[in-house]
Design a binder for this molecule. Structure first.
Ligand code: NAP
Length: 283
């Protein structure tokens, strides 16, 4: 029987997830369908309940429901889920797995980002100086796996300082990060620090807004990574101009986070390279 999955968001019409999962299913021979569903802004939990009653096996969750998804996940896990660095302490979840009376939740964005950087771009994160720009859902979702991969101090740089401070507070409640140096810094106060990996996890690119960065912020060989995809953002343009060695958007992360979700649901790892290539050709 065909198993059903969905991505829930608002708005959702722009989502590439149905196309990505269709390609994964064709490639792996998994019998699934995957649809995009727009939930009313006050109707996320009710939409999940409806899908569960209709027999769906799981869903992805996107803006603005990732924090609500964390509230309804009630604890089941599986081998595939346990293999991921848990982000539940960051309270932003993008993948739900439905079982008879329970809902499992994980955030696959962080694994997606780390896989894109280390596997696809072939840039090891270990001992790299990382600047994470942003302190919203996307930043919260990737912080744990980034820290595990880098094992290094990290700076969270955000327009609103107290959101960066809250993110630090949340992550350092986790025992394994209690002694990790995480420094929240507000826009304009970076000084002359240099970084090897600079990740833009803000939505500033949506409005073509600049991120205030010193021109010297990119260390020799630095990676500039914008989680946004679909167009060259002001951050990417700035990085090209001021010495980043590698500049990329977040399309690879999008496909890699989807692959992690597919593995949670189906126990099969799809090959992401041809899917990334196909989507790049459409850009
Ligand atoms: P969010 O929770 O709304 O957070 C937005 C963040 O962007 C906050 O840190 C906010 O700063 C900052 N921001 C917004 N407008 C800004 C501006 N004009 N200048 C500077 N900072 C600004 O959003 P999110 O869920 O974290 O998503 C952020 C981005 O990541 C989106 O573009 C999303 O598409 C992308 N994303 C991509 C993937 C992928 O797979 N490639 C996955 C997840 C997310 P304040 O705290 O000061 O408001």
């Amino acid at each position: 029987m065909t198993d059903r999955y969905a991505v829930i968001g608002n708005p959702i019409s722009h989502s590439k997830s149905p196309q990505i999962h269709k390609m994964f299913a064709e490639q792996t021979g998994q019998d699934i369908i995957y649809v995009a569903i727009e939930a009313p802004l006050d109707g996320f939990a009710a939409t999940v309940e409806r899908l569960r009653k209709e027999g769906y096996k799981g869903c992805n969750v996107t803006v603005p429901f990732k924090f609500e998804a964390a509230m309804i996940a009630n604890g089941i896990s599986s081998e595939a889920m346990d293999a991921l660095e848990s982000n539940n302490e960051a309270d932003a979840i993008n993948t739900l797995l439905f079982q008879t009376d329970k809902i499992g939740g994980r955030n696959t964005d962080g694994a997606g980002l780390v896989n894109d950087i280390e596997k696809n771009l072939k840039i090891p994160l270990k001992h790299k100086r990382i600047l994470l720009i942003g302190a919203g859902g996307a930043a919260a979702g990737v912080l744990n796996p980034l820290l595990v991969a880098s094992q290094s101090p990290l700076v969270i740089y955000n327009r609103t300082l107290n959101k960066a401070e809250n993110l630090k507070k949340t992550i350092t409640q986790h025992e394994k990060f209690q002694h990790v140096s995480i420094k929240p810094v507000e826009f304009g106060k970076l000084g002359d620090a240099q970084f090897d990996v600079i990740i833009n996890a803000t939505s500033a690119g949506l409005t073509d807004s600049e991120i205030p960065l010193p021109e010297t912020v990119f260390a020799p060989g630095a990676l500039a990574y914008d989680m946004m995809y679909g167009r060259e953002t002001p951050f990417m343009k700035f990085a090209r101009k001021h010495g980043a060695a590698v500049v990329t958007d977040g399309l690879g992360m999008l496909v890699e986070q989807a692959a992690e979700a597919f593995f949670i649901w189906r126990g099969v790892h799809p090959d992401t390279a041809p899917v990334i290539k196909a989507l790049r050709q459409q850009q």
